[in-house]
Design a protein around this ligand. Structure first.
Ligand code: UDP
Ligand code: MG
Length: 148
């Protein structure tokens, strides 16, 4: 089954959106496989966002991610990378539809509350980076009520 890496950014934690965000993924039917609240250091944040290192906003992005604890998670489900990005909404909250996490809870692109992997390959790399210890092995007993 497909997995993705989801991170509630420091603004989401500070604003008390952790329960709301986890609830949206849970209620959809996806399964939580890994979860931790962590502070990351600059080199780690730079590694996570290494594909964006040439962008002008990169230094500010790294400062944002290290400004407080983040909730790092692994979620699992059918087509979760693409569906997870839809639940999150467009990168710039000005373009994020109402009903999406960013559409409902964010205003500025540099305070957009949540990260989600953009491809199965990115998800694989990000899960390996954030959860080198591995993740939990379980299957919801609701599985047959969610999948046909
Ligand atoms: N970002 C920013 N300014 C920009 C573009 C992106 O501050 O012009 C930040 C924003 O927080 C975004 C993150 O950099 O979520 C990573 O950018 P990416 O293009 O990967 O967007 P995402 O995958 O998070 O939607
Ligand atoms: Mg991205």
């Amino acid at each position: 089954m497909e997995q993705t890496f989801i991170m509630i950014k420091p603004d989401g934690v500070q604003r008390g959106l952790v329960g709301e965000i986890i609830g949206r993924f849970e209620k959809k039917g996806f399964s939580l496989k890994g979860l931790k609240l962590v502070n990351v250091e600059q080199p780690f944040a730079e590694k996570h966002y290494q594909d964006l290192s040439s962008k002008p906003f990169f230094p500010k992005l790294v400062d944002y991610i290290i400004s407080g604890p983040v909730v790092a998670m692994v979620w699992e489900g059918k087509n979760i990378v693409t569906t997870g990005r839809k639940i999150i909404g467009a990168t710039n909250p000005s373009d994020s539809a109402p009903g999406t996490i960013r559409g409902d809870f964010a205003i500025d692109i540099g305070r957009n509350v949540i990260h989600g992997s953009d491809s199965v390959e990115s998800a694989r790399k990000e899960i390996a980076l954030w959860f080198p210890e591995g993740t939990a092995n379980w299957q919801s007993s609701l599985h047959p009520w969610i999948y046909e």
